[in-house]
Design a protein around this ligand. Sequence first.
Ligand SMILES: Cc1cc2nc3c(=O)[nH]c(=O)nc-3n(C[C@H](O)[C@H](O)[C@H](O)COP(=O)(O)OP(=O)(O)OC[C@H]3O[C@@H](n4cnc5c(N)ncnc54)[C@H](O)[C@@H]3O)c2cc1C
Length: 496
Amino acid sequence: MTTAVIAGRFGEAGSFSTTFGAQTGLAILPILAFGTEAQKQRYLPKLVSGECVGAYCLSEAGSGSDALGAKTRADRQPDGSFRLNGEKMWISNGGFADVYIVFAKVDGEQFTAFIVERAFEGVSTGAEEHKMGLNGSSTTPVIFQDAHVPAENLLGEIGKGHKVAFNVLNFGRFKLGASTVGSASGAIGEAARYAAQRRQFGQPIAGFGAIRHKLGEMTIRTYAIESMVFRTAGLIDADMEGHEGGHEAALLAALEEHAIESSILKVAGSEILDYVLDENVQIHGGNGYVRDYPAERHYRDARVNRIFEGTNEINRLLIPGMLVRRALKGHLPLISAARKLQDEILSPAPPAAPDDSHLAPQIAAVRMFKKAGLAVLGLAMQTYGEKLTDQQEVLSLEADILIDTYAAESMVHRALGAGESGAGALQADATRAFVSDAAVRIETAARSAIAAMAEGDTLRTHLAALRRLLKVNPVNTVAIRRRLADEAVARGGYIF
Ligand SMILES: Cc1cc2nc3c(=O)[nH]c(=O)nc-3n(C[C@H](O)[C@H](O)[C@H](O)COP(=O)(O)OP(=O)(O)OC[C@H]3O[C@@H](n4cnc5c(N)ncnc54)[C@H](O)[C@@H]3O)c2cc1C
């Protein structure tokens, strides 16, 4: 939870957020979690104080998403040391880091992590990249030419570099999601204050419905990612408390358990942020497109969030992919639940008695979203079996359903906790609008996925079942967005 709050505040800092994230999450964390006592003593104090800067060298020109395809070699020497040869690309903090976490293949085969100092013989960096954004951060190649790495700088075990890399990525994805909350809420403040003071046609633009729609929707989506981040942080903290190993072991175990949620936060956060920052530019009009205002810089800085820490395409595939893997290992009763759901759909229950308790329709809708997600995933597993991993379009549509479902459920939980009056009423508003629109998005995604897997009568049966499942009454999202926008303008920023 502390990490989420800090990452959120740093999110507003653009370039520095990347520098700081590379230091803490990419350099300190691997040493903390996988280092020997001697490595911790040697490197951590100066990395923590900031006397030393750290970086993380995984990507190469030929291997980004396919990180395990790295070509950098670490050849074992007779004295137990290693000789590194290869070139890493796009390394944050590359230009001024003192310590690099480097991934290389021992004798060209075993993917392994090392701690490499800039001062070691044979280590150098290339020129700064000319980036679209984050121009206050350093991104360079890091080059190893017969670089000499002592045996004691092996990080973890030979051939177990993937454990270091994937654990770091899990944490990075969680933190990236958390950081978008700060950036998005900051941009809502800029947009709301600008809309209040910018006058056209004799009135502040904040009074126009088209602008109120934007401010309302920016608020709703930011509330969505914030609710998902808080919920996930709570789940990770709760898991850590119950863990019997030390702090680092507990953290890694909890992050692995919630790797699906971290991927969801990464994808949802980066896309919500891009939406919010795009609308911030739009609300600023011509001033949004020039450098006198920060809106255009935020827009450029944020774009990379969809590319690093695993691209959004890769993370979308991971979300249902990890669910299916857990089901096949027997850790999740996905297959039996999908069968039970099929029977339930074919013999629909009589309509439930109306429930007018707080957010009752939204609670019911979330239950239906889960069923729609389960129906699509169950059909996909049945249709493609082991070849499901080849069906990226269906998996990505399923990921979209799961992301919307996790968002909707997180918002419902949070809004219920906030009560029915004051800020609670506005949170309930945001939740109602989100759920109403999510129902349409989920139906569209589910229809596309089902139509790719079935035809004729089978298709018609599945679509009819889907329509029954997703019968969610629309709410007046226009009025809700107006209320939220007016509140954002009155308070000069994000209201939750
Ligand atoms: C500013 C910046 C900072 C960075 N910092 C670091 C750092 O500190 N350390 C580090 O190691 N790396 C860093 N990176 C690298 C970053 O992690 C990679 O760029 C990223 O992983 C994507 O790899 P790639 O660029 O090779 O793209 P590719 O892997 O070539 O992907 C190109 C496109 O193909 C898609 N694609 C690829 N494989 C698949 C697949 N199997 N299925 C479907 N679609 C696929 C991708 O989603 C993407 O849309 C940084 C990059 C940038 C831009």
